[in-house]
Design a protein around this ligand. Structure first.
Ligand code: MN
Length: 232
């Protein structure tokens, strides 16, 4: 094997509940709008929105429990708690009825967002890269296998900032179900073990500032925590 010009970077891995093994992350996909109340708070019409996707780099993962610096280039840095799906088998052009077969497990994620840069990008018709795919923007907790918890279809999803509730909904409020999301994405990508899918956030998104402590929970799945440090 050829030597590389610099030491190669090991892929990000996530803890697995009840196991010493970790889950290696390959790609991160995110659903844009998947709870009607959130679509409305962002100025959209849920009846007319089709699912769409964006991506985050696995290099931009921050692990639950960490403290991340307030990111550069924004004055409106937002939290979005989301159920995260972890793929465990190749899924290519699967029907929704078969989509659960490809899912290895689930976790809690925070889709951290530079909301002001997102608004600018939307207005200009530009990509969301600066708004969604920046350092520490993909916060992830431990994963739990579907073999242990099944495939959650309902249950509370909530986020608190400094102990105050900001987001609260039920997983069954999703516009597009987990099987529909996997089926849709698998029309465009050969989904592979290691692929993660953030499934969208409920309403109540809002800004965080240095010193804030975020704590999230998805009933039957797990918890996630993040602290916001000073700006870099
Ligand atoms: Mn999101």
């Amino acid at each position: 094997m050829s030597e590389t010009v610099f030491a190669s970077i090991a892929p990000a891995t996530l803890a697995v509940r009840g196991s010493s093994q970790r889950y290696p992350v390959r790609r991160i996909f995110c659903v844009g709008k998947n709870y009607a109340a959130h679509v409305r708070e962002m100025g959209g019409d849920p009846a007319r929105e089709q699912p769409f996707f964006f991506a985050k780099s696995p290099a931009h993962i921050a692990l639950s429990g960490s403290t991340v610096p307030y990111p550069p280039g924004t004055h409106n840095y937002h939290h979005e708690i989301e159920l995260v799906v972890a793929i465990g088998k190749t899924a290519w052009r699967v029907a929704p009825e078969r989509a659960l077969d490809g899912i290895w497990g689930y976790g809690c994620g925070l889709d951290m967002t530079r909301r002001d840069l997102q608004a600018k990008a939307k207005e200009a018709g530009h990509p969301w890269t600066f708004a969604k795919d920046f350092e520490n923007a993909a916060v992830l907790g431990e994963l739990v296998p579907a073999s242990a918890i099944g495939h959650p279809e309902r249950g509370a999803i909530e986020l608190k900032v400094n102990g105050e509730q900001r987001q609260h909904a039920d997983l069954n409020n999703m516009i597009w179900s987990v099987p529909e999301i996997v089926a849709n994405l698998s029309q465009h990508y050969h989904l592979q073990p290691g692929d993660l899918i953030y499934t969208g956030t409920p309403s109540g998104v809002g800004p965080v500032v240095p010193g804030n402590r975020l704590s999230g929970r998805i009933e039957g799945v797990g918890e996630i925590a993040l602290s916001i440090g000073p700006a870099v």
